[in-house]
Design a protein. Structure first.
Length: 373
């Protein structure tokens, strides 16, 4: 179909509404809806949290009788089944909507075109595919989770021009500037969980919380890979006043006494997973476990061994690299370890590249696998 300028304009508004739910709706998608009558916006709505009314319902309730004969723009196909909430397709038809413009079809097997079909059977005009790429990009975490049962993995790092993430091995070191820091906290605010290795906790003793200027950020679930449960019980991350839990993954052979001590701490969960052929924790099993918890997106912040393992196993979907305009020298920690590459033909190349300036730093963003295929 050819998108009309009017449809594009109002779908962009629906996308803006949908983004308000980023990081808040898992395991549901982020969806925005806009009711339009005679080229005038009547109402807007977005999905706020799983188990609560969907975007269409919010918009229709605000519109009231003004929805009759109107057009509704929705970033994702209206659901057509009863889950924790009734089907939105039925609510749209009952409201007297004349035309429905859908960003993209829902890949959920419970929907997958049935919502659009139901609306057409009610005599409602349905147009599908307006700003489809933008609508798809918004919900890549949901699509991966519903398809593979695992979260969408974003690798993030701040590094020097010579590819170092610290100035000295085993020592903390800050490479990038304040603008990059704000961008990172913005990422944490929109993703479900954040993962680091035990070494990062030992060196940096981070809180892994979201700190935004308006104090409205949402803390992600904190995930720590600690195969032998060597994490200090005094680590800051175990004593946070945060609603988000801290999850530790360890090997089957990790000390049971230490596991019980950690599990007894407030808001701390410990899970055992098998080790892989390399002797490290089975990262795919970790991702499946997180997916079963309803976690759709995961920010991997390192360190070098963790980054190397995720890349080596082909588990990274998107990359955010913040590059500072400085050389850190040869004594620092490299961005990646444990990732042997034989030559250019074996190199992991990013696609869908985007470059932007962040203060004095450069942000390189790209995908390791094309999410739109």
């Amino acid at each position: 179909m050819t998108d009309s300028p009017t449809d594009i304009r109002f779908m962009r508004l629906a996308l803006r509404e949908a983004r308000k739910g980023l990081g808040r709706t898992s395991p549901n998608p982020c969806v925005g809806a806009v009711v339009v009558q005679d080229d005038t916006v009547v109402s807007c709505g977005y999905h706020k949290k799983a188990g609560t009314p969907h975007a269409e319902i919010h918009a229709l309730r605000k519109a009231g009788d003004r929805a009759r004969g109107a057009t509704i723009y929705v970033t994702l196909e209206p659901c057509n089944h009863t889950g924790r909430t009734p089907p939105c397709s039925h609510a749209v038809a009952a409201a007297g909507i004349r035309r429905v413009v859908v960003g993209m079809q829902d890949p959920n097997p419970l929907v997958r075109g049935s919502g659009n079909q139901y609306l057409r059977e009610q005599g409602i005009e349905v147009a599908v595919g307006v700003l489809e790429r933008e609508c798809r990009d918004l919900n890549l975490p949901f699509f991966k989770h519903i398809t593979f049962g695992m979260p969408f993995v974003v690798m993030k790092a701040g590094m020097s021009l010579d590819g170092r993430i610290s100035y000295q091995q085993g020592q903390p070191g800050w490479m990038t500037g304040e603008c990059s820091s704000k961008k990172v906290h913005g990422l944490r605010n929109t993703l479900d969980a954040i993962l680091v290795g035990r070494g990062t906790i030992t060196v940096d003793n981070p809180s892994l919380t979201t700190r935004l200027p308006d104090k409205r950020g949402r803390d992600p679930v904190r995930v720590i890979l600690d195969s032998r449960l060597q994490l200090s019980l005094e680590s800051k991350i175990l004593h946070l006043a945060s609603p988000a839990p801290t999850i530790l993954f360890c090997s089957p052979s990790a000390d049971e006494k230490k596991k019980k001590l950690l599990s007894a701490m407030n808001n701390v969960l410990v899970h055992r997973v098998d080790c892989d052929e390399d002797g490290g924790l089975d990262l795919r099993a970790v991702l499946v476990c997180l997916g079963e918890m309803g976690i759709c997106s995961l920010l991997v912040e390192g360190g070098a061994t963790v980054h190397g393992s995720f890349l080596r196993k082909g588990l990274v979907d998107r990359v955010f690299l913040f590059i500072a305009p400085l050389f850190a020298g040869s004594s620092g920690t490299p961005l990646v370890s444990g990732l042997p590459i034989g030559g250019r033909n074996e190199a992991l190349a990013l696609r869908n590249l985007h470059y932007s300036r962040c203060g004095n730093d450069m942000l390189v963003q790209g995908d390791l696998f094309d999410p739109f295929l």
